[in-house]
Design a protein around this ligand. Structure first.
Ligand code: PEP
Ligand code: MN
Length: 372
């Protein structure tokens, strides 16, 4: 029988049935909201009593009771699935309440964070962080720092404990490198930043630099994130080689929840199928991280590209996309650098690179770091 052959009553039934379902939707919603308010109260009690928000045994108990009372026609499996969704949404609600006052996430009531470092603020006008891949020797450090300081760069980077792909490659000068970095930066009125690769090196690093870097390979090392977050220094957090933006933001949340508000996110390229570059610079990360968080966002063009010839367009793209600054590797003699030679700019190349960033980056040394 075709629909048009039917009398009006099935249509009336359809309308009535739909009305019944719509009414039930609203009653379920009202019950869910009532349940959510109880969950919020429960979160308060759990926070006060320092109890875990998630209790597997309590969930099991509730599911058992629900299955025992299941009148059908939904199967037990379907009923468990539906209630598990409600439990998960409730847990998320409790967790969001826990980070009420303190989070890296962008929220209307929380201000953007900017970080004072040396004589600049990261998160106000765009800044450059520059320096060699690794500290190698006093002459190298002096040549590069003197050159950069005279051009207005006030944050000096250099690795001292290196995370190399091969165990046979140069591993960095360790504590001797930290001392060299510290002394060179001080001589030129610059702030120093170096990567902490292991909690065992944290105290030594914190003693010698003004900002601690967590490298891409350690972005998800939660122990290190917590330790670095409680060291009392600003933290430059690199994005993991294959980390999503949400994973990156949660890594920053680890640092934040350990007591550090002075965090700078650094996009440094992600692993893709492309082989012309070492990694693929993800420019969309810049506006997206700024939309997701209230932290400054920088872009390391050197490790993204892995080559020196395209650093200027990448840096300009980053700044045009709203980055708060750029990190670039500079070495007085890149061809004989002990690490990352192919991507480091020599001093003359750095000057040309800097010229191309003129619309964004101040080029004059500030009085405090002008060469004597
Ligand atoms: C670095 O900046 O020295 C470095 C090793 O970078 P990444 O951790 O991004 O590879
Ligand atoms: Mn490097």
């Amino acid at each position: 029988m075709h629909g048009e052959d039917k009398d009006a009553s099935p249509h009336a039934d359809l309308a009535a049935l739909r009305q019944g379902i719509s009414n039930l939707n609203l009653r379920i919603l009202a019950l869910l909201s009532q349940r959510a308010r109880l969950v919020t109260d429960l979160a308060e009690v759990k926070r006060r009593d320092r109890l875990d928000l998630f209790s597997p045994s309590r969930e099991q108990e509730m599911l058992d009771a629900i299955v025992a009372a299941n009148p059908g026609p939904f199967s037990d499996e379907v009923v468990i699935h539906l209630f598990k969704q409600i439990f998960n949404a409730s847990l998320a609600l409790m967790e969001s309440g826990v980070v009420q006052g303190a989070t890296v996430a962008r929220r209307g009531d929380l201000p953007d964070l900017s970080i004072p470092l040396g004589d600049v603020w990261i998160g106000k006008a765009p800044v450059l962080i520059a320096g060699p891949c690794s500290v190698e020797d006093p002459d190298q450090m002096e040549a590069v720092a003197g050159h950069l300081a005279a051009r207005g760069v006030s944050i000096l980077r250099a690795g001292t404990f290196k995370m190399r792909t091969s165990p046979y490659a140069f591993q960095g000068l360790g504590e001797e490198g930290l001392r060299l970095l510290h002394d060179t930066a001080r001589r030129h009125g610059m702030a120093a930043v170096t990567e902490v690769t292991d909690t065992r090196h944290l105290d030594a690093c914190a003693l010698h630099v003004d900002m601690l870097q967590v490298g891409a390979r350690n972005m998800s090392n939660s122990e290190l994130l917590r330790a670095v977050g409680s060291a009392g220094l600003p933290v430059l957090l690199k994005r993991g080689l294959a980390a999503t933006l949400d994973e990156f933001v949660l890594a920053a949340e680890y640092v934040f929840s350990a007591g550090c508000e002075r965090i700078v996110l650094c996009e440094r390229g992600i692993r893709t199928f492309e082989r012309d570059t070492r990694f693929t610079l993800d420019i969309s990360a810049v506006p997206l991280l700024k939309a997701k968080t209230r932290l400054p966002v920088m872009v390391d063009v050197s490790h993204a590209a892995g080559r020196r010839d395209i650093l200027s367009p990448l840096a300009r793209a980053a700044l045009a996309a709203g980055a708060d600054g750029v990190m670039v590797e500079v070495h007085p003699r890149p061809h004989v650098a002990r690490s990352d030679g192919p991507q480091q700019l020599d001093l003359e190349q750095f000057d040309r690179f800097l010229d191309t960033l003129a619309p964004w980056i101040r080029r004059e040394p500030s009085p405090s770091n002008a060469s004597p």
